[in-house]
Write a protein that binds this ligand. Structure first.
Ligand SMILES: [Zn+2]
Length: 334
């Protein structure tokens, strides 16, 4: 038996600071077609809306046989769950932009807007490594650190849409300043920008310890990135290895807090820092095991993300599908 929702597609949009990924996705989470276009964020939000509208119209709405029920957008920023207004998106330089309303007006389809890591989380839950799991947490560490939570099979959005912002949990009370204005956030240890910053400071103080790292950076401390820290650690650089140990330990401290607070079955880790720093996940798991409550650890598994770069478009499309289905069910209820 095939319901109306299962025979239709949703369009997933992953809106980042440099590129926009879009995909036509069926109710099972299979991608039928996908596109990538530059965001050109400098040209302003009206231009970005125009890019999305023209891509969607040209590629996904041209074939009348393929019924599209909804559009889901994942944005790297804070999204108001009620209005679909992007409150703050530093990578796009947006503040209070009503993207949902703008896209619904232009495309004539229902639009849902969520945070980009929430979209990844939903994608991993429905289609990826979390398939069949009711309670899970995702933590993605790239330049910044984002997260998402699924409880009872439902994506947790929070009152203002920022449930799962684990990057800004305080790990060290008087630690380094964070991009959010606080000090000692998890991101000040695990964010790519913070790893690079720590490495530059240490190399300046102990150049002999970080000789390999400095060489990989062409002899220039300012050329050090988190990716180079990972490469140098893999080559045995003492300073880079110490940084990986410190980063993994801080990550484990954060994971223990998450495990105790939310008691998930699955902790899914992903992002460039997780992929690029050798041994990071194992160090974090060791620290998690030392700190979390036994009752929180007993059912818990730590795994790596599975869907890769497609997680965002799959998750935002499936979330849009699900939202449209629920609205339809409410509309036909007696
Ligand atoms: Zn912070």
């Amino acid at each position: 038996m095939t319901s109306a929702a299962e025979s239709t597609y949703a369009i997933g949009v992953d809106l980042g600071g440099t590129k926009i990924e879009t995909a036509l996705v069926n109710a099972e989470g299979d991608i039928a077609e996908k596109q990538r276009t530059p965001t050109e964020a400098k040209q302003g939000p009206d231009h970005v809306v125009e890019v999305i509208v023209s891509t969607v119209t040209a590629h996904y709405l041209r074939d009348a046989r393929r019924a599209v029920s909804a559009i889901g957008v994942g944005v790297a920023g804070q999204v108001d769950p009620e209005t679909g207004i992007v409150r703050r998106a530093p990578n796009l330089d947006w503040r209070d932009f009503p993207i949902r309303e703008r896209l619904e007006t232009a495309l004539g389809l229902p639009v849902t807007v969520i945070n980009d890591v929430q979209a990844i989380t939903y994608g991993e839950c429905r289609r990826g490594v979390g398939r069949g799991t009711k309670n899970l947490v995702c933590l993605f560490a790239g330049t910044g650190v984002g997260g998402g939570v699924v409880i009872g099979g439902e994506l947790l959005r929070g009152t203002s849409g920022n449930a799962g912002e684990f990057g800004h949990m305080t790990i060290e009370r008087d630690g380094l300043p964070c991009t959010c204005g606080n000090r000692g956030c998890l991101e000040t240890f695990v964010g790519g920008w913070a790893i690079a910053q720590r490495a530059r400071t240490r190399v300046a103080a102990e150049p002999a310890q970080g000789a390999t790292l400095l060489r990989l950076a062409g002899g220039k401390p300012e050329g050090i990135s988190a990716a180079l820290v990972g490469q140098a650690a893999a080559q045995g650089d003492a300073l880079a290895r110490a940084l990986v140990e410190e980063t993994g330990t801080a990550l484990g401290v954060g994971l223990a807090a998450i495990a105790n607070a939310l008691n998930p079955e699955l902790l899914i880790l992903g992002g460039g820092v997780v992929e690029g720093l050798p041994g990071l996940v194992e160090i974090a798991e060791r620290e998690l095991g030392r700190r979390a409550l036994a009752a929180a650890l007993q059912p818990l598994k730590v795994v790596r993300s599975k869907l890769g770069a497609d997680a965002g478009v799959i998750g935002s499309a499936l979330f849009a599908h699900e939202t449209a289905r629920k609205r339809g069910a409410q509309g036909t209820a007696p």
